[in-house]
Write a protein that binds this ligand. Structure first.
Ligand SMILES: NC(=O)c1ccc[n+]([C@@H]2O[C@H](COP(=O)([O-])OP(=O)(O)OC[C@H]3O[C@@H](n4cnc5c(N)ncnc54)[C@H](O)[C@@H]3O)[C@@H](O)[C@H]2O)c1
Length: 345
């Protein structure tokens, strides 16, 4: 059996908790080496997962090991350059989400993938959920009618990450929108099939992040908190349908965590996660629930899809151009929140 020879760039939390273990149980993939700018981190990860080669430079690793594919798990600021380097070196690339920090970067990455003929995918793992796939088919069959409004939310009561660089605008490009809201946004846009954008507008706040320290995901430094802690946006599409988005690392709500995509159609409504459908049958209002839907590991399923797509066995689920579209909305919402004005497309 042909095995995909992969290498990991960035050996932090998502690499060690998700991607390395996932690749190590796949029959048609293997990890040749790992790299991290901290050689200590790379060495420790290599030892822990019994991987032979480790480096502190991705360029040196690409030159020495010539992998078929790389999995990029570094802070957002470095996604673009490392992706370009890996594509140039002839690798397929799975880059963690979001694609990058700016639209120009995300478009440059997609263009480079097209130029080199290599695959470029992003870690939007909610896409791999069976619930999302089921709903996508139902929409394509016309069962929901015309979807005229979509509502996207990911709110954490106090979920400001106390590790990594998630509170640094310079390194991550933003806070909850680019980090967690992006997953729900990606999922909704996939379901809506990437409608043409007319304008976006948003407001944001950093009032809690800059003052409080009472957290449920570790302690952060309010003095170095340079991202939004909450953002509230609206996207108007050219066909007069719309999408509202809310996302926060910290908000004074009852629940610890709310993540959802809600679609309002002329025949049916639906909400994810979990999947529920709201419709009408024979003059009665009905709700559909799916208690027997198999709960799978969506990170694993997305990793498997990427490996199979690289080996030519499956179509890639998350494409570079879709990533660039999501990036365009993220950056538009940030620009509007900063200027206090709508951003017209
Ligand atoms: N899909 C998901 O659900 C999910 C979850 C968490 C994180 N992420 C994404 O994964 C990425 C990494 O997040 P994390 O939580 O693992 O962060 P982390 O801080 O735990 O790890 C990042 C690692 O990258 C290393 N690094 C930094 N610059 C590098 C470079 N130029 N070359 C090689 N290594 C470098 C750091 O030393 C660190 O070890 C981010 O883009 C984040 O948005 C995705």
């Amino acid at each position: 059996m042909k095995k995909l020879k992969a290498a990991i760039i960035g050996c932090g939390q998502i690499a060690q908790v998700t991607h390395i273990p996932n690749y190590q149980v796949m029959e048609d993939a293997e990890i040749l080496g790992v790299c991290d700018t901290s050689l200590d981190t790379a060495r420790t990860a290599a030892k822990k997962f019994e991987i032979e080669h480790y480096y502190d430079s991705h360029k040196k690793m690409l030159e020495d090991l010539q992998p078929d594919a790389v999995i990029i798990c570094v802070p957002n600021k470095f996604h673009c350059q490392i992706t370009l380097d890996a594509l140039e070196a002839g690798c397929h690339v799975f880059c963690e989400k979001p694609p990058a920090i700016t639209v120009e970067e995300a478009e440059q990455m997609a263009a480079k993938a097209e130029e080199t003929g290599k695959l470029l995918s992003y870690g939007f793992h909610f896409r791999a959920s069976g619930h999302t796939g089921f709903l996508k088919d139902r929409i394509a069959k016309g069962k929901m009618g015309e979807i005229y409004h979509t509502e996207v939310k990911w709110h954490r009561r106090r979920g400001i990450p106390g590790w990594g660089c998630f509170t640094s605008k310079e390194i991550q490009g933003g806070g909850p929108l680019i980090d967690i809201g992006a997953h729900m946004l990606d999922c909704a846009l996939y379901l809506l099939d990437y409608p043409e954008i007319s304008y976006v507008c948003a407001s944001s706040s950093s009032r809690i992040g800059k003052t409080s320290k009472a957290g449920l995901m570790g302690e952060w430094n309010p003095e170095r908190f340079t991202v939004e802690d909450g953002i509230f946006g609206y996207i108007q599409f050219s066909d007069s349908t719309s999408l509202s988005l809310q996302s926060s690392f910290a908000i004074n709500q009852e629940e610890k965590d709310i993540r959802s995509v809600k679609l309002f159609g002329s025949k049916e409504g639906a909400s994810l996660f979990p999947l529920k459908i709201y419709g009408e049958e024979e003059g009665q209002l009905v709700n559909l629930e799916f208690p027997f839907f198999e709960m799978r590991d969506w990170h694993m399923d997305l990793d498997t899809n990427f490996v199979h797509a690289c080996l030519g066995k499956e179509e890639l689920l998350v494409t570079a151009r879709q990533g660039a579209y999501v990036q365009k909305i993220i950056c538009g919402l940030y620009e509007s929140a900063e200027t206090g004005k709508p951003v017209i497309f």
